[in-house]
Design a protein around this ligand. Structure first.
Ligand SMILES: [Cu+2]
Length: 123
């Protein structure tokens, strides 16, 4: 009985790892953690929304974008090379020109997944 229980827990952990791993193929880059930036932007994600409809950063300035996710959420702005998920929670970007980028949650997180969208605006 006890043995079967342990098996179930093991399987659940494996499944969880499998789910979070598919968020992004890129490995954690330890160098990114020490990379300095002019500014910081925190984006909080919960079930099922980002904490603000719009996030503003400045063109020509390096910014450390930090994803604080409660739950399994990610985001990606391909044009800026920005990709965050539970395995890679911060990244420094330096957009060189103004623009508006709509982004979505990149992980199929649940019933409200499709509502998880916001804008990153480079001023
Ligand atoms: Cu999602």
């Amino acid at each position: 009985m006890r043995r079967r229980m342990r098996w179930t827990i093991g399987a659940a952990i494996l499944l969880h790892l499998g789910l979070t791993a598919c968020g992004g193929p890129q490995a954690n880059t330890p160098a990114a953690a020490t990379e300095s930036a002019d500014a910081e932007l925190v984006i909080q994600a919960t079930n099922y929304q980002f904490d603000q409809p719009e996030y503003h950063i400045k063109a020509g300035e390096s910014v450390r974008v930090i994803l604080e996710a409660k739950g399994n959420h990610g985001l990606e702005v391909k044009e800026l090379g920005l990709k965050l998920d539970p395995n890679q929670t911060d990244q420094v970007i330096k957009p060189d020109k103004p623009g508006t980028y709509e982004f979505y949650c990149t992980i199929l997180c649940g019933p409200g997944h499709k509502d998880m969208r916001a804008k990153l605006i480079v001023d």
